[in-house]
Design a protein around this ligand. Structure first.
Ligand code: ASP
Length: 438
């Protein structure tokens, strides 16, 4: 089957061509580097070329393209995810395939997430970045932050486990999208997708066409957002650097390095999985997923990158549409290895800063909570740190500690999102071999 066969697929291709043709990734990396340099020059904590007040005001303006960029992405995420999941299931599957794949993919996702968290725990316990933080510095940042009250609010209610399970079904879809409860949204979309598979083509067609249009329009808006991506990245990074300054960057530098090193190891694990479990050539895998990784890196959103991941899986990795269109949307929502790894490192980092000793049992609890949390984390920018608050409460770490790491979260978010999408593409390659889809 030729992959680019419908207007929807053509529109996806045009959007990807735009990214490759414009060498967008180079521009984004340049934007990032210039952002740090400009931020250091303007930051009152570093070179202080301008008075503090003026620098902060200027920072707000420099950040504007970034805020607009993130706004555009967030605007289309719910329709994009819903339409893509419904189409993914309804267009290429059968109820039997969905069941067969689902039974294999969910344990696989849980296993890779546990591996990611273990790598994170291992690295943070070896490098001990929390020990490098001056307790005085930690106290000042946390005190300033509580005064400004910028600590992210908790998003999870204190529900019992049965209540949480019951809560997975959205009784009110409008409310689920209002609250951006991605797990509820995905479950609703999967159910509608399966329902579409079972009704007659005549009754299903109008709704399917509506989803096709919803997906194409959302993609168009994302491709517009990508035009300003390099400026957005410049603005976001520059304004962060203006605010936190060089001293703070260095203080949390060890923590950032720990997260980055652990993410790189996870990338290595994926490559091993691709080579030895999926039996694919590493060279073509890496070449095939490069553009999607850049998109994930620049948008910090696996949901925004999802349709491109599906396209790359089918066109570049030759994965069957029945697999890619089911595994990738599901993985985007429930398989967040980069996020889980980051949350584990951040939690232990804060334990080290606050001098909290975690027993082995507490680490195990952390592992389980993080697997659960990464399933519920929406695939949108910056939410990993909000969910982290829940994990911290679970293991008794003061949530205010987030103030220490929130400054550098944007950069880490870009990197963990890249790993999240790589994990989904790896999963699709594995299922191509082991998914049992005829
Ligand atoms: N931005 C991440 C994603 O979309 C989620 C997170 O860790 O904040 O995959």
């Amino acid at each position: 089957m030729s992959v680019i066969s419908s207007p929807r697929e053509k529109s996806l291709s045009t959007a990807t061509d735009f990214m490759i043709g414009q060498n967008l990734w180079k521009k984004i990396l340049i934007g990032m580097a210039l952002g740090v340099l400009a931020g250091l020059a303007l930051s009152p904590e570093s070179m202080a070329l301008l008075p503090a007040e003026t620098a902060y005001n200027l920072g707000e303006w420099i950040r504007l393209p970034g805020v607009l960029f993130l706004g555009l992405i967030q605007m289309v995420i719910v329709p994009l995810v819903v339409c893509s999941i419904i189409l993914g299931i309804a267009e290429n599957g059968s109820v039997d395939n969905v069941r067969r794949l689902g039974l294999r993919i969910v344990p696989y996702f849980i296993m890779t997430t546990a591996i990611a968290i273990t790598i994170g725990l291992f690295m943070v316990n070896i490098i001990k970045p929390g020990m490098a933080i001056d307790p005085e510095f930690a106290r000042t940042v946390i005190a300033a932050d509580s005064a400004e009250n910028t600590t992210p609010a908790r998003t999870f209610d204190d529900l019992t486990v049965p209540e949480r399970i019951a809560n997975m079904i959205p009784t009110n879809f409008a409310q689920a999208s209002l609250e951006r409860n991605m797990l509820q949204i995905v479950i609703a979309a999967i159910l509608v997708g399966i329902a579409l598979l079972t009704v007659t083509p005549k009754s299903g067609r109008p709704f399917r066409d509506l989803c096709i249009s919803g997906q194409v329009l959302s993609m168009k808006i994302i491709s517009w957002a990508m035009i300003i991506a390099p400026y957005a990245v410049f603005g976001l990074i520059c304004s962060i650097t203006i605010r936190i300054g060089f001293g703070a960057l260095v203080s949390v530098g060890y923590y950032m390095l720990t997260v980055l090193a652990a993410l790189v190891i996870m990338l290595g694990v994926y490559l091993l999985i691709v080579k030895f479990i999926a039996g694919q050539s590493l060279k073509s895998f890496i070449a095939g997923i490069r553009e999607v990784q850049i998109l994930a890196f620049s948008t910090s959103s696996s949901a925004a990158a999802m349709p491109f991941s599906i396209q790359a899986a089918e066109e570049k990795l030759n994965i069957k549409p029945e697999i890619s269109r089911f595994v990738i949307p599901l993985g985007t929502t429930i398989n967040m290895d980069g996020t889980a790894l980051y949350q584990a490192v951040a939690a232990i980092f804060l334990c080290q800063v606050f001098g909290i000793e975690l027993s082995f049992a507490a680490m195990l609890l952390l592992l389980m909570t993080t697997v659960g949390a990464s399933i519920g984390t929406p695939a949108t920018p910056g939410v990993g740190i909000v969910i982290l608050a829940t994990i911290l409460v679970g293991i008794g770490v003061p949530v205010e500690g987030i103030a220490l790491i929130i400054g550098v979260d944007r950069i880490l978010d870009m990197c963990r999102t890249t790993i999240n999408v790589t994990g989904d593409l790896t999963a699709a390659s594995v299922m191509q071999r082991w998914g049992g889809v005829k």
